[in-house]
Each structure stands twice: as structure tokens, then as C-alpha cells.
Design a protein around this ligand. Structure first.
Ligand SMILES: NC(=O)c1ccc[n+]([C@@H]2O[C@H](COP(=O)([O-])OP(=O)(O)OC[C@H]3O[C@@H](n4cnc5c(N)ncnc54)[C@H](O)[C@@H]3O)[C@@H](O)[C@H]2O)c1
Length: 338
């Protein structure tokens, strides 16, 4: 078992990572939630694999009910949000009940958003089951839904009471979903944890230690910059080019991030910012995990990057790295770039 604590100004919480944890969730939850009612929110794939196990673990100590939504990004919208709220209300939810997010990043973001808005705030616990959610999205408190074709445009910061991670759930994940998380995992290594990259070189199964090392990177950035105004933006390494590539080639997000990282590394090398050894290391790990290693010239995508939503007032912002674990913000005026 590995444990991590997120320490924020107004709220601290623990993250436990343990193989088999799903079978005794109740023991963990007891330490932070003293009331009796839990509502699980999950999707129609994850529920098939894990809902019974979770209910069996909880109903020794709690009254448990659940809401199941269709899986996938399409569910992260205002209609599903309203539908889940309606179901919770008609099932008699009160403001001291606990929400439990059982699923990937979609379930985490949606449940967190419901927890931040219904009754002006409810406690929630994350039980992430996808690689992306376990190594990244379940911590840090960003919650929300997509709206009018824009991702995560409505949302709130709402930190969970606790995050409980069982890496064994990754055994049922589809390969493409695994790749999706893997791109972001390599990114965490690149911006903040050389030890993680070295571990990945041995191509182990994703285990407690790997998830722990990945989360230490996000922990550090979230603690420095809870509301995403400065250092947390380093998490966008590979994303400026990645978004352009994702739209053009239809890659999964994490795969596009892998391609985007290589492009950002090449740009950094051309600018004399990035140590060229970083490129060799990151490329070898991307290859090892069968992620796309497209040879795309970043210069052909500079124009697209001007429209990245993270840019500000006439400046285009790139996250580059000087070396492994040393990310920087590189800003350039739009007119200069074009
Ligand atoms: N809040 C944050 O900080 C943050 C950070 C990054 C991404 N995100 C969000 O996360 C979402 C993407 O997360 P995701 O990739 O987990 O997507 P997801 O929740 O849609 O899960 C991907 C697919 O995997 C399935 N799945 C999940 N766990 C499984 C398991 N153990 N076995 C079998 N199938 C399983 C799901 O049913 C779904 O079909 C996006 O909406 C993104 O905006 C949020």
C-alpha cells in the first residue's frame, strides 16, 4: 500500500493506492465519513465489472444506492448532470450524504461537479478505475462538464474527502484507454520525475509504485497552485501541439500528448532550451509502450497552436522542458510566431 497526502490551505486529504483495495473500501471510508448513506455514481461499463464488489464492501457499514450513466465523454454534459441530480433528489439525497465516484475521469469530473453544486456542496470520494483517472484526474479538485462543444467549460474546484485507488482495476481496461493514460503518465515523468521514467524503461505492469510516483508530480503542482494560475500549467506539456494533432488525426487524447511532447521537445532543442538527451529518453519510452511516434514537423503546427484555448492576449504559450523535471513556460507573441 502507498499513501500520499495533498496539503492545501483549506483542505488536506489522503490518497491510498493498494491492490485489492476495492474489497475493503469501507475500512478507509470509515476514517473520514461518519454518516450512514452513500450514493455511488458510475458508468455502464465500470458498473459491470466493479459495482457489486464495491457495494459488498460498503453495505456492512452503510446504506448504499447508486446511479449508472452511459460511459464516455458524451455523458459529461448538462443533461446528464441534470438527470443524475434529479435521480439523487428523487432517491432522497440530503446534504450530509456521501457521493462516491466509481469510474474514469468522466465519472470523476461529473461526480465532483455534482458534489460542488448540489446543496451547494456535498462530500465526495474518488474511486478512479482508468489509468488516466488513477495517475492524474482524480486528484487536484478540478471538476466539471463540457458545454456548447467546449471541454470542461463549466466547472468548479472541489477537492475530494479522499481518493482510493485499486490498480487491479486496470486489468479490465481496453488497450486504447490504457494508451490514453500512458501518454499522460510519461508526461508526468518528463516534467517532474526522472525516477518514474527509469521505472517505465523496465516496462513493468502498472503497479502501486508507478501510480504513486506519477501522483507525486501532480501533488507538487497542485499544492503550489491549487487554482491553476501558474505552475499547474506545466501539466500542459505536450498539449499545445497535442490538441492540434488530436483534432487532425483522431488520436485518443493521451496518444496525441505523446506526439505533442516529441514536437515540443524538438522545438525546445531548436530554441537551445531543451537538453537533446531528453528527446532520446522520451522517444524510447513512447516506442516501448506502443504509443504513436509520428514524425510530424512542429513548425507545420505552429499556426494551429495560436488557437489553443490556454493562450492569453496576443501571446502563444508553450510548455517546454530544459531537462527532465525542469519545465518552463515559453511565451511568444502571435505575430512573431506567425
Ligand atoms: N479533473 C482533472 O484534473 C482532469 C485531468 C485530466 C483529464 N480529465 C478528464 O478525464 C476524462 C477522461 O478520463 P478517462 O480517460 O478515464 O475517460 P472515461 O471516464 O471516459 O473512461 C474511459 C473508458 O474506460 C472505461 N473504464 C474506466 N475504467 C475501466 C476499467 N477499470 N475497466 C474497463 N473499462 C473501464 C469507461 O467506462 C470508459 O468507457 C476527460 O473528460 C477529461 O477532461 C480531468
Amino acid at each position: 500500500m502507498r499513501k500520499l497526502n495533498i496539503e492545501l490551505k483549506n483542505h488536506s486529504y489522503d490518497i491510498y493506492i493498494e491492490e485489492g483495495l476495492l474489497f475493503h473500501l469501507n475500512n478507509y471510508i470509515k476514517s473520514v465519513y461518519k454518516e450512514k448513506k452513500i450514493f455511488i455514481i458510475t458508468d455502464d461499463i465500470v458498473s459491470g465489472y466493479y459495482l457489486d464488489t464495491v457495494i459488498n464492501s460498503l453495505d456492512k457499514d452503510y446504506e448504499v444506492d447508486y446511479v449508472i450513466i452511459p460511459n464516455g465523454e458524451e455523458s459529461k454534459n448538462i443533461n446528464v448532470y441534470a438527470d443524475v441530480c434529479e435521480k439523487l433528489i428523487s432517491k432522497g439525497i440530503r446534504r450530509n450524504y456521501l457521493l462516491l465516484a466509481l469510474g474514469g475521469g468522466v465519472i470523476g469530473d461529473l461526480t465532483g461537479f455534482i458534489a460542488s453544486t448540489l446543496f451547494r456542496g456535498l462530500p465526495y470520494i474518488g474511486v478512479p478505475t482508468s489509468l488516466l483517472a488513477q495517475m492524474d484526474s482524480s486528484i487536484g479538485g478540478k471538476t466539471g462538464i463540457d458545454f456548447n462543444g467546449r471541454k470542461n467549460i463549466i466547472g468548479a474546484f472541489k477537492q475530494p474527502l479522499m481518493v482510493l485507488i485499486d490498480p487491479n482495476t486496470l486489468n479490465t481496461l481496453e488497450k486504447c484507454e490504457f494508451n490514453n493514460g500512458m501518454g499522460e503518465l510519461i508526461k508526468h515523468g518528463a516534467i517532474g520525475n526522472e525516477r518514474l521514467l527509469k521505472m517505465l524503461l523496465d516496462k513493468p505492469d502498472i503497479n502501486e509504485d508507478i501510480i504513486y510516483e506519477s501522483l507525486t508530480v501532480k501533488k507538487k503542482l497542485v499544492e503550489l497552485d491549487e487554482f491553476d494560475l501558474k505552475e499547474r500549467m506545466f501539466l500542459n506539456f505536450g498539449h499545445t501541439f497535442g490538441h492540434a494533432v488530436e483534432l487532425k488525426y483522431g488520436y485518443k487524447h493521451g496518444e496525441a500528448v505523446a506526439v505533442g511532447m516529441v514536437m515540443a521537445l524538438k522545438m525546445g532543442i531548436d530554441l537551445g532550451i531543451t537538453n537533446s538527451e531528453c528527446l532520446k529518453l522520451i522517444e524510447s519510452i513512447i516506442k516501448l509502450y506502443d504509443l504513436p511516434l509520428e514524425v510530424l514537423n512542429y513548425k507545420d503546427y505552429l499556426k494551429d497552436s495560436v488557437y489553443d484555448k490556454k493562450n492569453i492576449a496576443g501571446k502563444v504559450r508553450f510548455i517546454l522542458i530544459e531537462d527532465i523535471g525542469k519545465p518552463i513556460m515559453y511565451e511568444i507573441r502571435e505575430d512573431e510566431l506567425l
